[in-house]
Ligand binder design. Structure first.
Ligand SMILES: [Fe+2]
Length: 370
């Protein structure tokens, strides 16, 4: 029997871009991956962080789940676990699960009459208007957009951040592009396809730091708020989607579900790549609550915590560092959830139908630091 080895081709950055991650992988049947082929895919993921497979429209939800699980066979949970059930969580309205493969969620925009056992579903692409403190005027909404929310896919309470997320584009509206505005006093903009997913490399984010900051992030930890997506549900995002304004709108602990101190997550600021050993600055900027420094000092003033994190993350989301994937139907994208942060982008009209399948599983182990 012929042995099929995949081809791995690094993505070509567009003019002016300095991205050094992303690859397209061809030549594999993802429904029937051998162990050697999977090892090559895993290697590609940790070398390139965002891995694109073309023409995967026929991939079954089961195969998507099994591929996701293969990165962490001991993982046996949903990416966000039960936190999704909380009605007040800001993640709740955006996700629907496939009845016969409940670890796989359907996300997107518009009305879908029938898909994989789901009937008459109404999807809504997140719009920055619902999350940012201010928004692009309605009459410019067709042409301009923002990063909605930079994040790691993770519950950040009780559960460890998933190793990988798999995203399949089932239906993609054609043609339109938008100009993404940073609106933060810089004049930075980015030309993006409608509904792109934006990625930046946590390794690049680390590499851009000063030597002093590198030392700081290698020896410090971040603590996340308990039930972070409920805690932040009344707060407003910065215009860059990279964290929140500090206006005292976070819910007090007395208004949160019961808190088990043991379930509060505290992680290193940098996470080590299990294949290359490189370090990535990996912080969820909206959910962060405290910083624990090497000398035992705990920075718990929320505005200060956010300022420190923002200053370190902001350089790496400048346009030349962003990979904005131009989705085509059948694209399956795997991303290293412990080596990139990503954001939803785009403003859809109600009749622009976008249908995606997403899967990630809470990991069996915590991230490893420097
Ligand atoms: Fe995500």
């Amino acid at each position: 029997m012929a042995i099929i080895t995949p081809t791995v081709r690094p993505l070509q950055p567009p003019p002016g871009s300095s991205i050094n991650f992303g690859a397209q992988v061809d030549g594999l049947d993802l429904e029937n991956l051998t162990d050697d082929q999977f090892a090559a895919v895993r290697n590609a993921l940790y070398q390139h962080h965002v891995v694109v497979f073309k023409n995967q429209s026929k991939l079954s939800p089961k195969a998507q789940y099994e591929l996701t699980k293969r990165f962490d066979p001991a993982a046996d949970n949903y990416g966000h676990g039960k936190t999704l059930d909380a009605k007040r969580s800001i993640l709740h309205p955006d996700l629907k699960t496939i009845p016969h493969q409940p670890q796989v969620q359907v996300i997107g925009n518009g009305f879908v009459p029938s898909y994989e056992g789901l009937e008459n579903i109404q999807l809504k692409h997140p719009h920055h208007r619902t999350f940012h403190k201010d928004h692009i005027p309605d009459d410019k909404d067709y042409d301009f957009t923002r990063f909605y929310r930079w994040h790691i896919d993770a519950a950040l309470y009780d559960l460890y951040p998933p190793m990988v997320t798999t995203l399949l584009a089932v239906e993609v509206p054609k043609g339109r592009r938008q100009t993404l505005l940073y609106d933060d006093g810089s004049d930075e903009t980015l030309d993006v396809p409608l509904g792109t997913t934006a990625f930046v490399s946590g390794e690049n984010m680390f590499d851009l730091l000063s030597e002093e900051d590198k030392e700081f992030v290698k020896t410090s930890k971040v603590e996340y708020a308990p039930h972070p997506y409920i805690w932040m549900s009344q707060a407003h995002s910065l215009s860059t989607g990279l964290g929140l304004h500090s206006e005292g709108l976070e819910l007090p602990e007395s208004d949160l579900p019961p808190i088990d101190e043991k379930k509060i997550m505290k992680f290193p600021m940098v996470w080590k790549n299990p294949v290359t050993g490189k370090l990535a600055l990996q912080i969820h900027p909206s959910a962060v609550r405290k910083i624990h420094c090497a000398d035992g000092v705990v920075i718990d003033d929320l505005a200060t915590v956010r300022e420190i994190v923002y200053k370190m993350q902001r350089p790496a989301i400048s346009p030349q560092h962003v990979y904005a994937h131009d989705w085509e139907e059948g694209d399956l994208v795997l991303f290293n959830n412990r080596g990139v942060i990503h954001s939803v982008v785009g403003a859809f009209k109600p009749d622009e139908v976008r249908l995606f399948r997403q899967c990630n599983l809470a990991a069996s182990e915590a991230p490893i630091g420097a």
